[in-house]
Design a protein around this ligand. Structure first.
Ligand code: PEP
Ligand code: MG
Length: 583
């Protein structure tokens, strides 16, 4: 029976495919696709993990003192029995062989399948065995964690229309990922994967998981609350990334309607692609800089293809995440920054220093350490708390600057003392390179304005920095006290709130008055409904995911900044600016 699950629209488009559920195991599990010839080795890894756990449990049982409680022995029996359970072993083999899931992913997927069967059982005793099964699977996963696994390149992605599906249901159909939560690092791992769309139970429009989904340019819905409980493995689903809704088990009529809309969108994409080489100039002759936000060096090629004239934000923290705490050394970072610079073929690259914390934990354990991570040891605070680690990054960036034009951007500064400390670390990093001696290049230094305090003391910032970049994602979060990742308050997360607009306007005006460059690199920069307003407020530089550049360029080409300036002043002073936005 068809039913729909509402959520938040975060990445445009329509995906039609079969649901793949990713379990939320307490163990940090990697999800990737293996090559067909790796199937036997992957099955062997599970077998070895299972045997190791069986031996461990057996040892525990053998060594158990005679006076140990009877329940403990019974529990070990149950765990040993579950370990050999046919549904578990054959199911895991199925996911590895048929879907090419890596071993850990296959285990958590099968755990999810069996756990649901337990949930539906009448017998309370059997229902409770679910917890035992979870413990057993976690034991296997922990045992396997120490075992190295090959990270295979995922198979090429393949988009399909619903027309294909109606014609042939047996061929390899698109897969749609449904999860309770996905970390930004997980999401990045899926970046070149086969998934045609994503749905998560939690998350807000500007959570980093949503941002990465948007950068992948495939439909996504977050904040769908109980989606991962209502959808079953392999259900047919439609993701409507514009309306922010997932449709489960769609009827043929609904499928046909969405198939039609999918084709319309493809036509629109092709039309926009023609703007790639068109200069980004408004009707009144203002040149508007359209830059790219990237998460990894390989994205530079995508940025160039999309017609970006540089990188306005390289979120370097993605190089640090999901590595079990082992951070990339100077050489590895230098190579990554150099790759990004060379990938941009002479265009400037703005490298933001690490912004770990809040919804971008280094790994899952890091996340649990903090009660209120968005207000905690995040971004520049994290870097300044470990200056030696910070200078590793700064030295790598300075060295990469010998190969092209680099701007360094510091995230989340709020205090003058942080400005002084950050700049002192740059000076120290240069001195360290001089002492080696090692070649490095000149960089421009800039600060993100993403805390209201920074916006309110913009003139202090301008005394020290060559340029500013407004991070509206956090500026909105911190101005309105709305957790950007919390779907429960997402209706209050408002880029058009008068207080936010005032802060943005004042920063733009202060920079222009001093002849310093300023851009917006938060998600509002890539939101076409905001382009005219930002132009009217005086913004001339926008940084966004490459996939959004052409749509924003289309808005720029239609804009007349002289007319927009007076209209923007009205919007700025309105009690409800959103009411004027359509005007
Ligand atoms: C922002 O806060 O707007 C920004 C661009 O940084 P991030 O989204 O990575 O926090
Ligand atoms: Mg930010």
């Amino acid at each position: 029976m068809t039913f729909s699950i509402p959520g938040l629209a975060v990445a445009r488009g329509i995906a039609i495919g079969r649901a793949v559920l990713v379990g939320s195991s307490r163990v940090d599990v990697a999800h990737y696709f293996i090559e067909p010839d790796q199937v036997p080795a992957e099955i062997e890894r599970v077998r070895r993990g299972r045997n190791a756990v069986a031996e461990e449990l057996q040892r525990l049982q053998d060594d158990m003192p005679h006076d140990a409680p009877h329940e403990l022995a019974a529990l070990l029996d149950v765990h040993l029995m579950l370990l050999q359970d046919e549904a578990l072993t054959s199911g895991v083999k199925h996911w590895i062989t048929e879907r090419l899931y890596n071993a850990e992913w296959a285990l958590t997927t099968q755990l999810e399948v069996i756990a649901r069967q337990f949930d539906e059982m009448e017998d309370a005793y059997l229902r409770e065995r679910k917890a035992d099964l979870e413990q057993v699977v976690e034991r296997i996963l922990r045992t396997m964690k120490g075992v190295a696994h090959p990270v295979a390149p995922p198979p090429p992605s393949r988009r399909k229309t619903s027309q294909d599906l109606l014609l042939d249901d047996t061929m390899d159909v698109p897969l749609v990922l449904v999860a309770h939560d996905l970390s930004p690092a997980d999401m990045l791992q899926f970046k070149k994967s086969v998934f045609a769309g994503f749905v998560t139970d939690v998350g807000g429009k500007t959570s980093h998981t949503a941002i990465v989904a948007r950068s992948m340019d495939i439909p996504a819905v977050v904040g769908a609350r109980v989606a991962s409980q209502l959808v079953r493995q392999d259900d047919w689903v439609i993701i409507d990334g514009d309306a922010g809704v997932m449709i489960v088990d769609p009827s043929p009529i609904i499928l046909a309607e969405y198939g039609f809309r999918q084709r319309q969108m493809e036509l629109e994409r092709e039309r926009l692609a023609r703007l790639r080489h068109t200069p980004s100039i408004t009707l009144d002759g203002q040149r508007i800089e359209l830059l790219a936000n990237i998460e990894q060096p390989a994205d530079a090629a995508v940025a160039v293809r999309a017609g970006a004239v540089g990188v306005g934000l390289f979120r370097t923290e993605f190089l640090f995440m999901g590595r079990n705490g082992s951070l990339p050394d100077e050489e590895e970072q230098y190579q990554a920054y150099r790759d990004a610079v060379e990938g941009m073929q002479g265009l400037p690259v703005t490298i933001r220093t690490i912004d770990i914390g809040a919804d971008k934990p280094l790994d899952k354990t890091h996340k649990d350490d903090h009660l209120n991570p968005a207000l905690g040891l995040r971004a520049i605070r994290w870097s300044l708390a470990d200056p030696a680690m910070f200078r590793v990054q700064l030295r790598a960036v300075l060295r990469a600057a010998a190969h092209g034009q680099i701007n360094v951007l510091f995230p989340m500064l709020a205090h003058a003392s942080e400005i002084h400390q950050a700049l002192a670390q740059v000076a120290l990093a240069r001195a360290e390179l001089d002492a080696r001696p090692q070649v490095y290049g000149a960089v421009r230094l800039g600060a993100m304005v993403e805390v209201p305090a920074a916006a309110l003391m913009v003139n202090t910032f301008l005394r020290y920095f060559d340029f500013l970049s407004i991070g509206t994602n956090d500026l909105i979060q911190y101005t309105l006290a709305i957790d950007r990742t919390d779907e429960a308050v997402s209706h209050l997360y408002d880029p058009l709130h008068p207080a936010v607009l005032r802060l943005v306007t004042e920063v733009i005006a202060a920079c222009r008055a001093q002849g310093k460059s300023v851009s917006v690199c938060g998600e509002t920069a890539g939101d076409v409904t905001m382009t005219r307003l930002l132009l009217g407020l005086g913004l001339r530089s926008f940084s966004m995911h490459p996939a959004q550049i052409l749509a924003v360029k289309q808005e720029v080409l239609r804009a007349d900044t002289r007319k927009l300036a007076s209209w923007a002043q009205q919007v700025l002073t309105a009690e409800d600016p959103s009411a004027l936005l359509g005007a």
